[in-house]
Design a binder for this molecule. Structure first.
Ligand code: SAH
Length: 246
């Protein structure tokens, strides 16, 4: 079945309904993890990363790949198994500990001297470093720069009022020839308050446009019972690749 076609009537405009003022606090995210309210987590990993892996890697090996707002994304394990190294950031320590436990990976913890209260959980092998803090506490002097980014459930989870801050930070973390895979979602934002938040293509262009060439690779119908319960009648995932141009 071709799942790439847009749903009929899919919203392509820039109407973001009442979402622009919505704020989800760090405390609320921590509670979601405590309650096991993590419907966003994909146990089997994301098919779009599998399909477009070559776009992220671009023929390169031994990359440093960043997972903003990483949760316990299993794709981190995929990439280290291919010989890349991964850095993630996540406010929930529970999420990070579950990641290491579920993949039976030994790790150690250390404080991050530059960030008060933050911890780094690092696999014993050294190729997975997960920072337990807010992404806004990071900088390239702490984590270095990256050759690739897998942004799924990240920009769309950032509070709409923080998007510019998030994107400005991400741009400072990218190497010049990096590839940035961005997954957004598309649905009628008047029917669900988010997260995930609806980020229209026009906003992706205004957020990243000055620095990146932006190409939409695929739109996938991802509608499920979960979305029906939210009161939606369509839900798409939209994959972009962003490449640094200036
Ligand atoms: N990218 C993951 C998780 C998506 S859900 C995946 O694909 O499964 C968004 C995650 O961001 C949650 O785990 C939440 O705890 C975390 N988060 C929210 N705000 C954050 C912030 N400011 N800094 C770091 N992590 C944050």
């Amino acid at each position: 079945m071709d799942r790439s076609a847009a749903a009929p009537g899919a919203l392509e405009g820039s109407d973001v309904g009442s979402q622009k003022d919505r704020v989800v606090t760090e405390e609320e995210w921590l509670q979601k993890w405590e309650m096991g309210n993590i419907g966003f987590h994909k146990e089997q990993g994301h098919p779009l990363l599998q399909k477009y892996l070559n776009v992220l890697l671009n023929g390169r090996s031994g990359l440093r790949i960043f997972f903003p707002l990483c949760g316990k994304a299993v794709e981190m394990k995929w990439l280290v198994d291919m010989g890349h190294s991964v850095v993630g950031v996540e406010v929930s320590e529970q999420a990070l500990k579950e990641f290491f436990a579920e993949h039976s990976l030994p790790y150690h913890e250390e404080p991050v001297p530059e960030i008060s209260g933050a911890k780094k959980l690092q696999s014993t092998s050294g190729n997975i470093s997960l920072y337990c803090c807010s992404i806004y506490d990071l900088s390239s002097s702490i984590v270095g720069k990256f050759d690739g980014v897998w942004d799924r459930g990240a920009l769309v989870a950032v509070n709409p009022c923080d998007r510019e801050r998030y994107v400005s930070l991400m741009i400072t973390l990218m190497e010049k020839n990096s590839s940035y895979l961005l997954v957004t979602v598309s649905y009628d934002p008047n029917k669900h308050k988010g997260p995930p938040f609806y980020v229209p293509e026009s906003e992706i262009k205004s957020l990243f446009g000055n620095h990146y060439e932006i190409k939409c690779l695929q739109k996938v119908d991802d509608f499920s019972d979960r979305h029906r319960q939210w009161g939606l009648d369509y839900f798409l995932e939209v994959l972009y690749v962003l490449r640094f141009v200036a």
